[in-house]
Write a protein that binds this ligand. Structure first.
Ligand code: PMP
Length: 360
């Protein structure tokens, strides 16, 4: 038996702890499953598929439908098993030994993880105190490190803040790294970076069916960008990586825009419910453009609050041990009932914790 690659042996991989609870608000999925109509259409579509045959290798029909949705050409779309696989294909094609990827921390941990697995050097630049980016700092980092690849996440996970399109386009013009804008939560934001991808030959935008489309269990994501880059990704990925059922599901989902819109509206209303709840409870939080909100527990009480929420059968993401995020938790917007339950358990926990911090 060979041993595992030495540079990976001490590496724990990506974990999002799961605990049995009534209310799961920890992994930023949609709180609703796909619609009944979608499911029955999918069932019918599966009956007519030739599952003994390999799928259409380039997912042509799905690419055409996505191209129509985003008003781009099908040649400008790469499809993968979730946007995580988009990230990994990008780093396989453009990263690797001798190449450098830059991220702005805190951000989605998979960029650094996939960089490691693909032996791409990772440079993590700190965001400002309020977690926004500063143009001069981004351009300085670009001159200092000369990355081959730069990741932006908009809205950013876990802060929920939009990236500044001005900064991205200035960086794209300043030098020529491959710039990836991850818009996994883009549908909840008020701006999309897609126009940047249309006007710059070095910008690509990734998207997913895992959030507003309620299809995290089906693993479907895609990337929009210049044809030359997209061709390179199709050349890099494994053959037949997008199975026939997934292709059919993606196509059908795009025909059920009303259901997606209803989920979208429910989530935005839930986000507002959280904001008003946090304001009423005097909780510090970051104004989010996504389907989750980052908030801060009383000083030194992050782990304790997370545990108290779990005891109340509500699971959120505990970010308090992450760099720069001491005492921070991240909650995903759920159904109105789940949101009520979270706010109720939170409010009870805060009464207890605040009496410990300030026993007057
Ligand atoms: N990008 C970001 C910023 C995410 O938060 C996630 C999911 N946690 C993903 C990409 C991956 O999504 P998926 O692979 O399900 O498309």
């Amino acid at each position: 038996m060979p041993s595992m690659r030495k540079d990976l042996t001490l590496f724990g991989g990506y974990h999002s702890p799961q605990v049995e609870v009534d209310v799961r608000l920890n992994t930023n999925e949609s709180p609703l499953g796909p619609s009944i109509e979608f499911l029955s259409d999918l069932q019918a579509a599966i009956q007519s598929l030739s599952l003994n045959r390999y799928p259409d290798r380039t997912a042509a029909r799905l690419r055409e439908a996505l191209a129509a949705l985003h008003d781009v050409s099908p040649d400008e779309i790469f499809i993968a098993n979730g946007s995580n696989e988009v990230i990994s294909t990008l780093l396989l094609a453009y990263g690797g030994p001798g190449r450098k990827a830059m991220t702005f921390e805190p951000t989605y941990a998979m960029y650094a993880q996939v960089a490691k697995v693909t032996s791409t050097e990772h440079v993590g630049i700190e965001r400002g105190l309020d977690f926004t980016l500063d143009l001069a700092a981004v351009l300085d980092a670009n001159i200092k490190y000369r990355p081959d690849i730069v990741f932006f996440c908009s809205p950013n996970n876990p802060t929920g803040l939009d990236e500044d399109p001005e900064i991205i386009s200035k960086l794209a013009e300043d030098s020529n790294p491959l710039i990836i804008i991850d818009e996994a939560y883009g549908q909840f934001a008020s701006f999309s970076a897609l126009k940047l991808a249309r006007s710059h030959s070095n910008i690509v935008v990734s998207n997913t069916f895992s959030k507003v489309w309620s299809m995290a269990g089906l693993r479907l994501g895609y990337l929009i960008g210049p044809k030359e880059i997209i061709d390179n990704l199709w050349a890099t990925c494994l053959p037949y990586h997008i199975d026939s059922i997934k292709q059919a599901a993606g196509l059908l989902a795009l025909g059920h825009l009303d259901a997606m819109q209803a989920t979208h509206d429910l989530i935005l209303a839930g986000r507002y419910q959280f904001e008003t709840g946090f304001d009423a409870l005097d909780v510090i939080y970051w104004k989010s453009s996504a389907n989750f909100i980052l908030f801060r527990a009383p000083h030194g009480k992050g782990d304790e609050l997370w545990k108290m929420l779990v005891d109340g059968s509500v699971l959120v993401r505990n970010c308090s041990g992450w760099p720069r995020l001491s005492d921070c938790l991240r909650v995903t917007v759920g159904t109105p009932q789940e949101n009520d339950r979270f706010l109720k358990v939170l409010s009870e926990a805060l009464v207890e914790l605040r009496s410990e911090v300030d026993p007057r």
